[in-house]
Design a protein around this ligand. Structure first.
Ligand SMILES: Nc1nc2c(c(=O)[nH]1)N[C@H]1C(S)=C(S)[C@@H](COP(=O)(O)O)O[C@H]1N2
Ligand SMILES: [Mo]
Length: 531
């Protein structure tokens, strides 16, 4: 120590005085590079989770290597490693990356970030691989880019610290060495925990995807099938809303930042509270019951006048009433408080789910297992009530309780406790601010008043007299009903307005209110230019 200090103090620069420490510092810098690469890959793995496994930098590069290697190389690999060929590939890749990363650490200098350039180079290989996998898009570069950014930060911090060891040791201090070890430990922890978490999440997602693919829709007895949609229920006008909404175009509203990915094995429904018999239903218990198939229109309370937060699907599910009858609910109970796996809650009046309407625990949507976004494996569907008081997705818990004892998620945030769907009607054709040619113009749209039914739709132009639209055939009172109207349009800018009347004779109110607290109201109005 003393001699070194002396030689430092003697003013010997660069070479001479460093030699005794060059080795540990070199090792520290190499380690800094390797840890930077590890952080890049670990963070990349975690960020890749929502993008799918082919966006993971490590696996994208691995897969691309396999796909691009000439067949003789593959033959050799299979001959040499047999069924361990994949493990061999991953180990080989890891060694190669570690070598480059160690070099990157060694050549990195403050002000001369050659190591960072090496890391960016490795990142470009990852970006190339991730964005050229089958079905990949440019966004699949995101996990690699975020990973490289984390890796660059790691490299900068750790190499600074490693270089500090050198100077400090000359001064007789061990503090930078300890600091380096702490920071290196932290980097290793970040790399490993992000990587493990990423692989774990990706694995459970893959498990849920496989589970959903293996799902077989319950067989519904002919008598319990939903009637086919008659041609008369659907208006064949270009731009008109299809009667059945496709699963991919169905509106999605929920509070879930990450879509829950349950398997049917993970799923269970606990029924408790003011019941005679608490039970927990497994997937097999639920599907041992008799399913029914129903076509029902769902609507979101946040839908504005003329908005598109409504959709119709054919659902297969199990009547909620039967399950409640099975557990026996207290006559004092008036609320079914349902909770989804992510903690979201919904309060539904027990009286309404038991009044004979087709309130369902649904498992299939338009002939497919529920899409994950729409509640796989089990969700509620209750005709006539807005989604926030009825349509719990990923439902795993039912508490039978009272509205004066419990409050659901949106009610606590200022929305209503009770929310039957308000009568609504919408102009779909012509499109907003369309320019149409004078003469006969077909006006068409949809109207809904779930569980009451639509009896009439009227149209007026520029505030003139109301005229009856022609209604499409009614599918059921639980679905929307289409309509059309022939307009003798004259040139100019005109305002079309519509209103619906439900089967109870109630005319849709003109009163414009905002969606909060229990749904928007008012007549849909559309400006059209006739030329
Ligand atoms: N778990 C859960 N279920 C939920 C919600 C939610 O945020 N979380 N939102 C509800 C609301 S407000 C509506 S309108 C419907 C929408 O169902 P969809 O996304 O399948 O169209 O789901 C309901 N079920
Ligand atoms: Mo909603």
């Amino acid at each position: 120590m003393t001699t070194n200090e002396e030689s430092t103090h003697a003013g010997d620069s660069e070479t001479g005085n460093r030699r005794p420490h060059a080795r540990p510092v070199l090792a520290a810098r190499a380690l800094a590079g390797i840890l930077a690469a590890a952080v890049t890959l670990g963070v990349g793995e975690l960020v890749a989770v929502p993008f799918g496994s082919s966006a993971s930098p490590f696996f994208a590069v691995g897969s691309t290597t396999v796909d691009r290697s000439p067949s003789w190389a593959r033959e050799i690999a299979i001959t040499a490693f047999g069924t361990n060929d994949k493990a061999a590939l991953f180990i080989g890749m890891s060694i190669l990356i570690a070598v480059f990363a160690a070099l990157a650490g060694v050549v990195e200098r403050p002000g001369r970030p050659y190591g960072s350039l090496v890391l960016v180079g490795l990142g470009l290989v990852g970006v190339y691989a991730a964005t050229t996998r089958p079905g990949a898009t440019v966004v699949d570069a995101v996990p690699t880019i975020v990973g490289v950014a984390a890796g660059l930060a790691t490299l900068t911090i750790l190499t600074r610290c490693a270089l500090g060891i050198d100077h400090a040791t000359h001064a007789g201090s061990g503090i930078p060495r300890r600091r380096f070890l702490v920071l290196a430990g932290a980097a290793a922890a970040v790399a490993v925990s992000a990587g493990v978490a990423g692989r774990h999440l990706a694995g459970s997602i893959a498990g849920a995807v496989r589970n959903r693919m293996a799902f077989v829709a319950p067989l519904v007895k002919t008598a319990d099938r939903a009637p086919a949609v008659a041609p008369g229920s659907e208006i064949a006008v270009p731009g008109a809303t299809p009667f059945i909404t496709g699963n991919n175009t169905f509106y999605r509203i929920d509070t879930a930042l990450q879509v829950p990915m349950l398997t049917t094995d993970d799923w269970a429904l606990r029924i408790h509270g003011m019941v005679d018999r608490e039970i927990t239903l497994s997937w097999d218990d639920l599907t041992a019951r008799t399913p029914v198939e129903r076509t029902i229109t769902l609507t979101c309370v946040s839908n504005e006048v003329g908005g598109s937060l409504a959709g119709t699907a054919t659902w297969i599910g199990y009547p909620i009433k039967d399950l409640l009858d099975e557990v026996g609910i207290s006559p004092d109970a008036d609320m079914l408080l349902s909770t989804s796996v992510d903690g979201f809650t919904v309060g539904t009046p027990t009286a309404l789910v038991r009044d004979g309407r087709d309130a369902l625990l649904a498992v299939a949507m338009n002939g497919e297992p529920l899409p994950f976004e729409h509640g796989y494996p089990v969700r509620q569907v209750v005709p006539g009530l807005y989604g926030f008081v009825s349509a719990t997705k990923w439902v795993v818990d039912w508490e039978v309780t009272r509205f004066d004892r419990a409050q659901a998620y949106w009610t606590r945030r200022g929305w209503a406790e009770q929310a039957p769907i308000k009568t609504a009607s919408r102009i779909d054709v012509p499109a907003p601010f369309a320019r149409v040619t004078a003469g006969e113009v077909l006006v068409a749209g949809t109207a809904w008043a779930q569980h009451r039914g639509i009896a009439r739709v009227e149209v007026r132009v520029d505030g003139g007299p109301w005229d009856d639209a022609t209604l499409a055939e009614e599918y059921s009172v639980d679905t929307w009903r289409q309509w059309h109207w022939r307009w003798q349009a004259v040139p100019g800018t005109h305002t079309l307005q519509i209103r619906a009347t439900d089967r109870g004779g109630e005319v849709q109110t003109e009163l414009r209110v905002e969606p909060i607290p229990d749904g928007a109201s008012g007549w849909h109005t559309r400006s059209i230019t006739v030329v």
